[in-house]
Design a protein around this ligand. Structure first.
Ligand code: SF4
Length: 336
């Protein structure tokens, strides 16, 4: 299935896209003493859609390319090749006012709320900063900021305090309020709860879900925490060494993972109930991901795969639809 067929099929089954990613690649040069000695293939030809009003979870081990994909989709970095369409428009061709409009509509919440807020600014100024940068007129700024604070579970008593006076969860609420100030339609959530205590994580995730329902937001949820991704996502894409290896409706992928890598990833997920844990199928976890500078030929997962065949070492598996709306890139499911 080529990327055009894949996108068309996803549109017809997942719904109208807010974001459409086509053959996106990002290679980072590796500098030697005198010249470029290679490239890190961080993102190597990924295609998918994020349907309007839904959440697509992007999962994989660290270094698989999920954060780079998120940054490319927001045009925080330029691609090596490929396209990202936002509401039908190619974001890498946007300039001037249209680019500014895109920057307002598409926002990011970062992993670390300790790093993303300026410690010298009050909450009021932090939230008003993007409004001023975009030269948006607000009649009553104080009322505007207080309303946003209520929306994220804070209140007017927090208005003129500084970031160091808040807990990690409260700081992430402030970061979300700042993003909401611009009334975005699409938000990339990059590991938004991984720096927080487990007890606080659920509160932030529930808040993000409520905001999505209330404002009709579309999310790309990036995480290595499978439990969190399952809770948040309508659809899931699993990345391995810059490629999407499996994609489909979240419950379907979690209940019936097809790709050996997805199975391995899910097998390493902790299960709190020891009786349930015993029932889990045992999947051997072999080695660590190889270097993205010189990825293995054929299927990139073959050095770690217990089902690897001859063809896996020579030819890259195409992404095929194994079941309705459930895609996998593995020779166990493709015609050889
Ligand atoms: Fe394993 Fe081959 Fe499938 Fe790759 S293509 S995951 S090596 S069986």
């Amino acid at each position: 299935m080529n990327s055009k067929e894949l996108i068309n099929y996803m549109k017809s089954t997942f719904g109208e896209p807010m974001v459409e990613v086509v053959d996106l690649k990002k290679y980072f040069p590796v500098k030697g003493v005198f010249r470029t000695i290679g490239y890190v293939r961080a993102v190597d030809g990924v295609s998918f859609i994020v349907p309007k009003g839904k959440t697509l979870g992007l999962v994989g081990e660290s270094g698989c390319g999920k954060t780079t994909t998120g940054r490319l989709i927001l045009r925080l970095i330029e691609p090596t090749s490929g396209h990202v369409y936002f509401d039908g428009k190619d974001i890498f061709k946007l300039k001037g006012k249209k680019l500014l409009e895109f920057r307002r509509k598409a926002q990011m919440v970062f992993q670390d709320p300790y790093m993303s807020l300026d410690p010298r600014m009050t909450v009021f100024d932090i939230i008003m900063e993007p409004i001023r940068a975009h030269k948006i007129k607000v009649e009553d700024p104080q009322k505007f900021v207080v309303n946003l604070l209520y929306e994220v579970g804070l209140n007017e008593t927090h208005l003129y305090r500084y970031p160091h006076e808040f807990s990690g969860g409260q700081r992430q609420r402030i970061a979300v309020a700042r993003v909401l100030a611009l009334e975005p339609e699409f938000i990339v959530l990059d590991e938004p709860t991984s720096a927080l205590d487990v007890s606080v994580q659920a509160q932030i995730l529930n808040m993000l879900k409520d905001l999505q329902a209330k404002r009709g937001l579309t999310y790309l949820f990036i995480s290595h925490d499978l439990g969190v991704v399952r809770y948040m996502s309508d659809y899931i894409a699993v990345m391995y060494l810059g490629k999407i290896v499996e994609m489909g409706p979240a419950e379907e992928v979690f209940e019936k993972p097809l790709h050996p890598y997805t199975k391995m990833l899910f097998a390493s997920m902790p299960v709190p109930d020891p009786f349930e844990a015993k029932k889990k199928p045992k999947v051997e976890v072999i080695g660590e991901p190889p270097s993205p500078i010189n990825p293995p030929p054929g299927c990139r997962f073959h050095p770690r795969c217990q089902y690897a065949m001859d063809i896996c070492r020579k030819k890259e598996p195409p992404l095929v639809m194994a079941e309705k709306g459930h895609f996998v890139a593995c020779w166990l499911y493709a015609k050889k």
